[in-house]
Design a protein around this ligand. Structure first.
Ligand code: C2E
Ligand code: MG
Ligand code: MG
Length: 639
């Protein structure tokens, strides 16, 4: 008797075929809907969820989950999305893809092997009666699936995790269906990788934008961003008939700090000052780092009065000493202010003018300055002068001047200082202090020093020929101390002119020596090997200690004129001059006083035992060719 539940053989084959077709059809439907999902997804979690949803809703599977393989010690499996079964259950089951008993689940095995793992008749097949399964089976019954397949999610040979699908029928997932569904899992894996790449790409783009617009040290906007924002702010201010202000701020003596304490200390100082500034600005204001030790602050509202108040506040904030490398440093800030629309109507010009104003600040006037019309012209003139200096050297516009030095006790001329003068064809005589400073700042002092050395050696030779053996002292700048060719050049000049080393001396300012004490010591030592006399110039202005001076191979100090000139009126100055003479003598150094302008000063210096005087009382600097005549006149008068 035929079993009523048994289907006819033929009908059975047909129905089996139909079932197969239905399954392939369902897999194809899922694959195609999955493709749409892939194209639409913009985030990883969203993609996983939508994919599982499509599998269940369009594909008609009972359950769909995605698990990721963790690379921790336990090789755990992290469930990302679950539709059709409870995520909490899966999480509590502590799945793993390790090669262990509990790691032999379909998901674990698919991740480990990179091959799909098909489980049919999960509820009845004794093969699934392993210890890991009883709880799982209960869950399967509750969720209503009897077969499941785990498909590895593979990207370029690496398995990210698995896509797990469950079907109601115990014998689902035949070969054709598995092939199609693995294709979908591959697409999903590709989609995941693609989204991750997009995230990385976006992060890289953000980094590039950050590098282009922000300063790495302080995290502040940089000059480029400031310029963009300033342009926008100026546009807005124009439309709303408002004014705005730009403050340009510079940290003083930053190069000195960098050189003496090192770049790390310099960076620390800037970071601390940056923090202070950032803490002091309002939300609508923009602070930027626009140069090595320069900041700018854009005040989108308010005019002169407001800008001055802010500048005063910032100056006092930055004047609070900063602790760097165990030292209390004074940031010595200066701030220039320029206003829109009063001072400039385009962003570039406003920045330039705030900068020009900054160069005009004086500590006694509060450390800040408002732009006034002439400053920029002055700035431009100084820049043009720099360009002219090279030409001046080539066209022989420089002149050698000499100022006598006289031994106080004997009133005898004991030497002269070589001082450069520049007779500009249009601007006339240029201030020496100004163009020396400009050349030092621009790093173009070397050709000038070379010109002076040539001039001094040839002058000294001329005097020697005339029977007048006078020591001529040449000034060297901080830059010259680092010039690797300096010593050889001087040695070469001695050979060329055949001069006695006693006829050439060198003066180095105390601040130049302090800029890099180690390098200074090395150069002085090598200069000293040429047997020339060396003097510390402008002594008293450079904060050096006597113990440091003691280490240097120098023969004398020149007390700066700013102490000598007021010594009759100011007891502070007198004390400095007095003690420098005493301490200098104790160290075995000659002491020269600069800026001796009156007889009274001369006599006081004589009383204090000062060795040499130099100043307008004796003579102003004069063209070198007049020196001989002046000297014979002086000798007659004091003879
Ligand atoms: P310095 O080396 O301290 O030179 C002394 C300066 O004081 C000279 O200014 C001189 O004219 C001035 N002076 C001398 N006696 C008196 C006085 O009694 N009263 C007043 N008020 N001033 C007096 P000068 O020639 O303008 O030079 C300024 C500075 O420029 C020099 O200071 C020196 O540091 C630098 N300098 C001058 N020539 C050269 C050079 O060829 N090379 C380098 N590197 N620096 C130079
Ligand atoms: Mg000098
Ligand atoms: Mg001096």
């Amino acid at each position: 008797m035929a079993n009523p539940t048994d289907e006819p053989i033929e009908g059975g084959a047909n129905s089996a075929l139909t079932k197969e077709l239905l399954r392939v059809n369902r897999a194809l439907r899922t694959l195609s809907a999955g493709n749409h999902t892939l194209l639409r997804a913009s985030g990883e979690q969203e993609l996983l969820r939508d994919m599982c949803q499509v599998i269940v809703e369009t594909g008609g599977y009972r359950m769909a989950c995605v698990a990721y393989a963790e690379h921790d010690d336990a090789k755990s499996i992290r469930w990302m999305v679950c539709i059709g079964t409870e995520m909490e259950f899966l999480e509590s089951h502590h799945f793993t893809w390790a090669e262990t008993e509990v790691g032999r689940t379909a998901t674990g095995t698919a991740i480990r092997t990179g091959e799909p793992v098909v489980g049919r008749n999960l509820l009845t097949d004794p093969a699934y009666a392993i210890p890991a399964y009883p709880r799982l089976r209960k869950q399967m019954i509750q969720s209503g699936y009897a077969s499941a397949t785990a498909f590895p999610l593979r990207v370029e040979g690496e398995v990210l995790g698995a896509l797990v699908m469950g079907a109601v029928e115990p014998d689902a997932f035949n070969a054709e269906e598995v092939k199609l569904l693995q294709e979908m899992a591959d697409d999903l894996a590709y989609g995941i990788a693609n989204l991750r790449m997009r995230v990385q790409h976006r992060a890289a783009q953000a980094t590039i934008a950050r590098l282009a617009y922000y300063d790495a040290l302080t995290g502040m906007p940089n000059r480029t961003l400031l310029l963009e924002q300033l342009e926008e702010a100026m546009q807005a201010a124009k439309q709303q008939h408002r004014s705005l202000a730009l403050l340009h701020l510079e940290v003083g003596r930053f190069h000195e700090i960098n050189k003496v304490l090192g770049y790390r200390a310099g960076d620390e100082l800037l970071q601390e000052l940056g923090r202070r500034l950032a803490g002091a600005v309002q939300d609508d204001e923009m602070l930027a780092r626009v140069g090595e030790a320069e900041f700018a602050l854009l005040l989108p509202n308010g005019g002169a009065e407001h800008a001055i108040q802010v500048a005063q506040r910032l100056v006092s904030l930055l004047r609070e000493p900063v602790m760097v490398s165990g030292l209390m440093l004074d940031a010595n800030p200066r701030i220039g202010i320029a206003l829109f629309p009063g001072h400039a109507t385009d962003a570039d010009a406003l920045i330039r003018r705030a900068n020009a104003a900054m160069h005009q600040t004086k500590p006694v006037r509060g450390g800040y300055a408002m732009y006034t019309g002439g400053q920029e012209q002055e700035h431009i003139r100084r820049l043009a002068l720099m360009g002219d200096l090279h030409r001046a050297i080539e066209h022989n516009e420089l002149r050698l001047y000499c100022q006598p030095k006289v031994a106080i006790a004997s009133r005898r001329v004991c030497g002269a200082e070589a001082l450069v003068r520049w007779q500009h064809p249009q601007h006339g005589m240029i201030s020496t202090t100004e163009f020396i400073q400009l050349a030092e700042q621009a790093g173009t002092i070397t050709p000038l020093t070379n010109w002076m050395l040539e001039a001094a050696f040839s002058q000294s030779y001329a005097w020697q020929e005339a029977g007048l053996a006078r020591a001529l002292a040449v000034n060297l700048s901080a830059h010259d101390l680092y010039d690797p060719g300096l010593i050889d050049r001087i040695r070469g000049l001695f050979s060329t002119w055949g001069l006695d080393p006693a006829l050439i001396q060198f003066e180095l300012t105390e601040s130049a020596l302090m800029a890099d004490p180690a390098a200074a010591l090395e150069t002085l030592t090598r200069l000293k090997q040429l047997e020339v006399e060396l003097f510390v110039d402008d002594y008293g202005t450079g904060y050096s200690s006597l113990s440091y001076l003691q280490m240097l191979p120098v023969d004398g100090v020149k007390i700066d004129q700013s102490f000598v000139m007021p010594m009759m009126q100011s007891s502070d100055s007198e004390v400095i001059v007095h003690s420098t003479i005493e301490l200098g003598h104790n160290l075995g150094l000659k002491v020269v006083a600069e800026g001796v302008e009156s007889q009274a000063i001369w006599e006081r210096l004589a009383g204090l035992g000062c060795d040499v005087a130099q100043g307008y009382l004796i003579s102003k600097p004069m063209p070198a060719e007049q020196f001989q005549a002046w000297e014979s006149n002086w000798s007659q008068l004091s003879g």
